[in-house]
Design a protein around this ligand. Structure first.
Ligand SMILES: *Cc1c(COP(=O)(O)O)cnc(C)c1O
Length: 438
């Protein structure tokens, strides 16, 4: 942590002055007081710092040291994979757990195990990592994009309902930014139409829906361990399920269709196995999870609490009984409420010391080039050419998703942030919003 004693005197005075004002603004006392923006040469609203905590250390080293004493680094009955699986089940009680090479792999395994056949439609979110739908395309299914809720940023169950056709086979609920989707409504739709409900929990490690662990609400759930996620093995993934039909198939769909318990090829799939070195790191990482996510949940909610009355700012909405784990925090700007555009707001906010950036992915997934051209397989889309789908991604409209991407402001919440920092983020948002008030 930066010590104030190391700061030149002038900088220290400026910093403390900013802190006092920021503190007042966060409490709502200084309303109407016009402060000079940092971008215009004023004092920064954010002066508090926090330590950068190492992501890896003793828990991972302990597992890795055990691992190098082994004779084999293969996942099947591997000690590290076994320890991870036990620890995982203690957090998220699911019967069948398969480690794999990525979140994309986990989702592909889920689609295979769910019995998706060529031409089947899978409804999902257009604001996500493209890995959500890569497995659908590879299994010759058809991703169908439904619109989102404006401030929860998850699937709008009413729009999901509107997009159901006789070909619909599954729903992939993306818990975007770690915010639980409306699982009760989605479950009801899935039951009514006999659809498989898959949870994309890649950004939602440790999240909870009405107190229940995310991953236990749907039929199959998928997590990513890519480097940017809450916990990581550099790359990696987990897919898990307690479903009596899909659950037992997860292992073989991640392992070339080979059922290792019966030694038989029971299906056709690719090789997505995770080896023991990664499982060792993963078993260690899992011991850090609760600390990471409980702190992010608390800090994100604190930010919402302190910006909810700022005119023109719509906080990230989370159900009071849910736990959002804020892989990122996103508030939305009402363009009519400000004299500046979002790019300027973002620059001004960053100058105040808030780690922020406008939007998330550049456009909804179906508006990316490869979808617009239906060019998935070297310029071809087999099932469309065969007349098995008439999906035309150039005609798909998801207006709320478009609006989220053009009016959203992403703020990085990190588990090492202090409450003081978050209050200063809130003060900075208020300060910039007040300055540019229309
Ligand atoms: C990261 C992510 C994926 C893909 O995970 P990878 O490990 O990068 O393959 C899928 N869906 C969502 C929502 C993600 O955030």
């Amino acid at each position: 942590m930066e010590s104030k004693n190391d700061m030149p005197r002038r900088e220290f005075l400026a910093a403390t002055a900013g802190m006092t004002l920021a503190g007042l603004a966060a409490g709502g006392v200084a309303q109407g007081v016009e402060e000079k923006l940092a971008i215009d040469g004023g004092a920064k609203a954010v002066t508090a710092t926090s330590p950068t905590l190492p992501r890896f250390g003793a828990p991972e080293r302990e597992r890795l040291e055990e691992m190098i004493k082994q004779d084999t680094l293969f996942y099947w009955k591997g000690p590290q994979t076994t320890i991870f699986t036990e620890r995982f089940k203690a957090i998220c009680p699911l019967e069948h757990v398969m480690t794999c090479s990525s979140g994309t792999a986990a989702l592909h395994i889920a689609i295979g195990a769910a019995g998706i056949v060529p031409g089947d439609e899978v409804i999902t979110s257009p604001i996500t990592d493209i890995g959500t739908v890569i497995g659908v395309i590879y299994q010759q299914g058809v991703p169908v994009f439904a619109d989102l809720l404006p401030s929860e940023l998850t699937l709008d169950p009413a729009d999901v309902r509107r997009r159901i056709t006789p070909k619909t086979k599954a729903i992939i609920a993306v818990h975007l930014a770690g915010n639980p989707s409306r699982m009760e409504e989605l479950r009801a739709i899935a039951d009514e139409h006999k659809l498989v409900l898959i949870e994309d929990a890649c950004q939602a490690w440790g999240a909870k829906y009405r107190g229940k662990p995310i991953g236990t609400l749907g039929d199959i759930a998928c997590w990513s361990l890519q480097n940017s996620k809450h916990i990581t093995t550099g790359d990696g993934g987990v897919v898990a399920s307690s479903h009596p039909v899909y659950g037992p198939k997860l292992q073989q769909y991640g392992d070339k269709g080979f059922n290792r318990a019966t030694s038989g090829w029971e299906s056709f799939s690719t090789n997505y196995r995770m080896s023991e070195p990664q499982a060792a790191v993963l078993a260690g990482q899992l011991t850090r999870l609760e600390g990471i996510v409980s702190s992010r949940a608390r800090l994100g909610n604190l930010l919402s609490e302190h910006i909810k009355d700022v005119h023109g700012v719509l906080p990230h909405a989370v159900h009071p009984e849910d736990r959002c784990v804020y892989w990122f925090y996103m508030f939305r700007l009402d363009p009519a409420a400000f004299t500046c555009d979002r790019a300027q707001f973002s620059k001004a906010l960053a100058a105040e010391g808030v780690p922020c950036s406008p939007g998330y992915i550049p456009v909804p997934v179906h508006r990316s080039d490869v979808f617009q051209k239906h060019a998935f397989f070297n310029g071809h889309w087999t099932i469309k050419e065969a007349g098995m789908t008439d999906m035309d991604y150039t005609k798909v409209e998801t207006p709320e998703a478009e609006a989220i991407l053009t009016t959203g402001m992403r703020v990085t919440i990190h588990e090492s942030n202090t409450e003081e920092q978050i209050l200063q983020y809130a003060a900075a948002i208020k300060k910039v919003a007040t300055h540019y008030k229309a």
